[in-house]
Ligand binder design. Structure first.
Ligand SMILES: [Zn+2]
Length: 446
């Protein structure tokens, strides 16, 4: 008898594809070969004994779904988690985060923080992230070490203003060249912090490099009312209109937050194909604002979910983010029908992939896509009974329900054991860094 041969075979359970064609498959048999999903069949028609695989995963009693996509974060900031909470954004940035970054950010800190953050993401079901920070080459190295899929954005900010346009173009180009084509899991990209912290020259130069390289360009936009006022006083227009007028908006621009938008700015996002990263927990904690997501979705703007950094969230668990995203808009609009569970799960999977320009590759479980798959234990009490898997994922599940994670066909977590990261060693390194941070806070004159 001829057997179909695979690297990994997943059998049993319930498959939630997040693909329009076949939404759910009971008792599936999923074959993975060379990192990609090669076949999806039903076990009653194709019994598992007809297949051979190097690795068999029995998903009986489990939900199988695409790995989650975190469209915006600053991974190394795990080192600042809980350091300065309950403060307004500008005070938090200017008096706490920026001074700590000036003193403590180094290649080593960025690498150790990123590895801890990647452990946290894998353990809570995220398989792809988009990060923006400094020393981003260290994030790229950590991404390759952890086996995660990452868009790693070298960040630019003009505080203090020190770089000439030719210098920042050189830094940006060198970063892209260094990490391009290193691995299918790694995409180098670029980020400008915000319209109020970057000069027009920096915003335009970095966008020109991103355009030439065909990579995403990330930027925080209209996060707070204060930011909108700063840009209005400097340029006589709102942040988004300003960014449009200096020609940095297009389908590869990811506008993060967008908490304060006027109706015609939603038209700008749609017209230019700008993607939006919605980070509700960070914006709630900083009382920065609530993005008009239901209105963005009604106007065909692509929106994905992000956690932002852990200094403002304070975790990287997208299950918590889904729960919050579903609820805040219901309250803000006094309408429990907006942001239904399925819409929110899409934002954390296929729509997140679309934000990152990766929807042809990941974000759903379909033949030909990369095998980025998570498996959740449905036997836990909060999963029973199961009428609607979307509702369970958004309103009842947590990242701790994820037992197994596969990224690009590599099992990076099995039965909640991390296989690509030595978590105790990474945790020790981050604790040592945090001890130095704590000491410097204590020794500062008040
Ligand atoms: Zn951010």
């Amino acid at each position: 008898m001829q057997h179909e041969e695979y690297d990994i075979l997943i059998t049993g359970g319930l498959l939630l594809t997040m693909s329009g064609d076949t939404e759910m498959v009971k008792d599936p048999v999923i074959g993975i070969r060379s990192g990609r999903i090669e076949s999806i069949k039903k076990s009653h028609a194709h019994p598992p004994h007809l297949f051979r695989a190097k690795e068999l995963i029995d998903a009986s009693g489990c939900l199988i779904m695409p790995g989650l996509v975190n469209t915006h974060t600053h991974l190394p900031m795990v080192c600042f988690r809980g350091m300065a909470d309950d403060l307004p954004l500008m005070e938090w940035l200017q008096n706490h985060i920026w001074p700590a970054e000036t003193r403590h950010v180094s290649r080593e800190m960025v690498y150790a923080g990123s590895m801890l953050a990647m452990a946290e993401m894998i353990l809570s079901g995220t398989t792809t992230f988009c990060d923006a920070y400094f020393y981003e080459s260290s994030v790229a190295r950590a991404t390759l070490a952890s086996g995660m899929r990452g868009i790693v954005c070298q960040g630019f900010i003009d505080l203090p203003e020190e770089n000439t346009p030719s210098r920042i173009i050189e830094i940006a180009e060198r970063f892209i060249d260094r990490w391009r084509d290193k691995s299918p899991l790694l995409i180098p990209a670029l980020a400008c912090h915000a319209p109020y912290t970057c000069t027009e020259g920096t915003l335009v130069c970095i966008k020109s490099v991103a355009r030439k390289a065909g990579v995403p360009y990330n930027i925080h936009v209209s996060e707070t009312k204060e930011e909108v006022e700063i840009i209005r006083s400097r340029h006589g227009k709102s942040p988004l209109r300003y960014l449009r007028d200096i020609d940095v908006l297009d389908g590869h621009t990811i506008a993060v937050h967008c908490n304060w938008l006027e109706d015609d700015e939603i038209d700008i996002l749609r017209t230019y194909g700008v993607k939006v990263s919605h980070n509700p927990e960070s914006s709630l904690k900083l009382a920065a604002g609530i993005a008009p997501v239901p209105k963005l979705l009604r106007n065909a703007v692509v929106v994905g979910l992000g956690t932002d950094g852990t200094a403002s969230n304070n975790d990287l668990d997208l299950f918590g983010e889904m729960d919050t995203a579903a609820k805040i808009h219901k309250m803000a609009q006094m309408d429990p029908t907006v942001m239904d569970a399925k819409t929110v799960v899409k934002m954390a999977t296929i729509e997140g992939a679309r934000v990152l320009g990766l929807d042809e590759q990941i974000g759903s479980i379909e033949v030909g896509k990369w095998a980025d798959i998570i498996i959740l234990d449905m036997m836990k009490p909060h999963w029973i009974p199961l009428f609607n898997p979307y509702s369970q994922l958004v309103y009842a599940a947590s990242g701790a329900d994820v037992t197994t994670s596969i990224i690009g066909g590599r099992v990076v977590m099995r039965n909640r054991e991390l296989l690509s990261i030595d978590l105790p060693a990474v945790a020790r390194e981050v604790k040592t860094i945090a001890d130095a941070i704590a000491e410097s806070i204590v020794s500062q004159p008040s």
